[in-house]
Design a protein around this ligand. Structure first.
Ligand SMILES: [Zn+2]
Length: 80
């Protein structure tokens, strides 16, 4: 599968489970982890950016959530 598609797959997995174990589409060695950055920390429902990054090669992709945020949006930052 081409790399772009694998990143999209990863985004989908994280949308349902923020602790998903996903192998990096780039180096195929590291695992991916997410960091959510809200546009407005006082109102996280406004959405923001989700950075999906590899623990090994540090390659990352940014996903924008503007109107519909995933259910687990920001959950890691809230310690849930
Ligand atoms: Zn990697």
């Amino acid at each position: 599968m081409e790399e772009r598609k694998l990143w999209l797959e990863a985004e989908k997995k994280f949308r349902y489970d923020s602790n998903s174990l996903v192998t990096c589409p780039n180096c195929k060695k590291g695992n991916l982890f997410i960091t959510d950055i809200a546009f407005n920390e006082k109102d996280i429902s406004c959405g923001g950016e989700r950075c999906i990054k590899c623990t090994n090669c540090e390659k990352f992709e940014i996903v924008l959530y503007r109107n519909s945020v995933p259910e687990n949006w920001y959950s890691k930052n809230l310690g849930l």
